[in-house]
Design a protein around this ligand. Sequence first.
Ligand code: ZN
Length: 127
Amino acid sequence: MRVCKKCGVEKPEEAFLVNHRTAGLPDIDQPCHECKRENRRLYYQKNRNKAYIQNVESRNRNRYRYNEARNNRQSRLVRDLSDEYIKNLLCNDGMKSEVLKIYPELIENRRMQIKVKRLLKSIRDAI
Ligand SMILES: [Zn+2]
C-alpha cells in the first residue's frame, strides 16, 4: 500500500504505474494512475492544439511502429471475426448502425455466414 501524493488516498501498488526510469523500483514522487490520467486529461483540455501537434509529430516520428500496431490490430479483428469488424462490413453494405443496435442477431448471422464461407474455402483448398 502507498499513499498518493496528489489525492492523498492510500492505494495498493497496482494503482501506481511502474516507472521504467527507476528500473521498476517504486517512484514515491509519482501520483497514482487515476491522478495521472486526470492530469493528462486536464493538460489536453488546456493545450488542445499543442497536444494535437505533439501527437501528430510522435506518430510521424514512429510511423513504422504505429502502422505495425494498427495493422496487427486490424488483422486480429478480421481473424477473430470481432463485432467491430462485422459491424463495419454490414455498414459498408449499407446497413444503418441504429438497426444493428436493435437487431444484434444480424451481427451473429453475418459472423456465421463468414465462418461457413471460410470453412468451405479451407475444404476447397485442401482438395
Ligand atoms: Zn491519486
